[in-house]
Design a protein around this ligand. Structure first.
Ligand SMILES: Nc1ncnc2c1ncn2[C@@H]1O[C@H](COP(=O)(O)OP(=O)(O)OP(=O)(O)O)[C@@H](O)[C@H]1O
Ligand SMILES: O=P(O)(O)OC[C@H]1O[C@H](OP(=O)(O)OP(=O)(O)O)[C@H](O)[C@@H]1O
Length: 213
């Protein structure tokens, strides 16, 4: 049987991703072994798990360093890497939105500035609307930008809405909903097709139970 390697996202999606594999009975004790260690081998099930930043998951999968990976739909749409998206995992729910102070919704601005960690998504969204905008790429704390005059609006992820509220911002437009997705390396799906298909079937069974809740 071939070994299967999986890139899991560090950070807020890590626990759900790890629990998913454990519940599916595909891997054992990943949680126990992953702390500062970045690769965990499950020799019994012939699986290798690696923990990477969510933004890097598609890169590992595209290059075949991982056969499978888990990351948000937001990251897939931003990066458009060459891999297959095979399953909506029904956790990590959030929305990509345009947000800003109330005045930005109520007044028509030409050539507005948009601060974001997702420049490609923002660019595409405003291009489709036929709006000419300047995209300002940031790496975090995006809500700060309109408060200090770096931009008029932001394109960012909203989950509870707490960060927007606490900074006096509102959702102006929703762009798309996001959740965690399972992605697969294109060559691996051919060369390791039986194992990968078995894994997808087992994960689907667990995901079904999330939907029933
Ligand atoms: N409230 C949220 N804020 C950001 N991302 C969320 C939220 N809820 C779910 N997600 C999902 O989690 C992913 C980001 O996870 P995480 O915040 O751990 O990564 P990160 O942005 O690289 O972290 P960091 O801010 O430490 O650099 C997103 O791509 C998205 O799919
Ligand atoms: O709607 P909420 O539940 O408040 O969540 C949304 C916030 O969480 C994320 O930031 P993150 O915590 O990743 O920090 P960052 O801004 O440094 O990326 C996102 O970019 C928003 O700022």
């Amino acid at each position: 049987m071939e070994n299967i390697s999986i890139a899991l996202p560090k950070g807020r999606m890590a626990d759900s991703a790890i629990t998913l594999f454990e519940k599916a009975g595909i891997a054992e004790n990943i949680l126990k072994d992953i702390s500062r260690k970045l690769v965990v081998n499950d020799y019994k099930n012939l699986m290798k798990f690696m923990l990477v930043k969510p933004i890097d998951v598609p890169t590992y999968v595209e290059h075949g360093a991982a056969d499978l990976g888990i990351c948000g739909k937001d990251i897939l749409l931003e990066q458009k890497k060459d891999c297959y998206e095979v399953l909506d995992l029904k956790f990590g729910f959030c929305k990509m939105v345009v947000a800003g102070p109330k005045e930005a919704r109520d007044s028509f601005l030409t050539n507005k500035r948009v601060a974001t960690k997702f420049p490609n998504i923002a660019e595409e969204f405003f291009r489709q609307k036929g709006e000419n905008v300047e995209i300002i790429k940031l790496n975090g704390s995006v809500e700060l930008a309109p408060i200090v005059g770096l931009s008029e609006v932001i394109v960012d992820i909203v989950e509870t809405g707490n960060t927007l509220r606490e900074n006096g911002l509102i959702v102006i437009e929703e762009i798309f909903p996001s959740s965690a997705r399972l992605i697969v390396n294109k060559a691996s799906l051919k060369t390791k097709s039986q194992r990968i298909k078995e894994i997808i079937i087992k994960l689907k069974e667990v995901v079904k139970t999330f939907e029933e809740v």
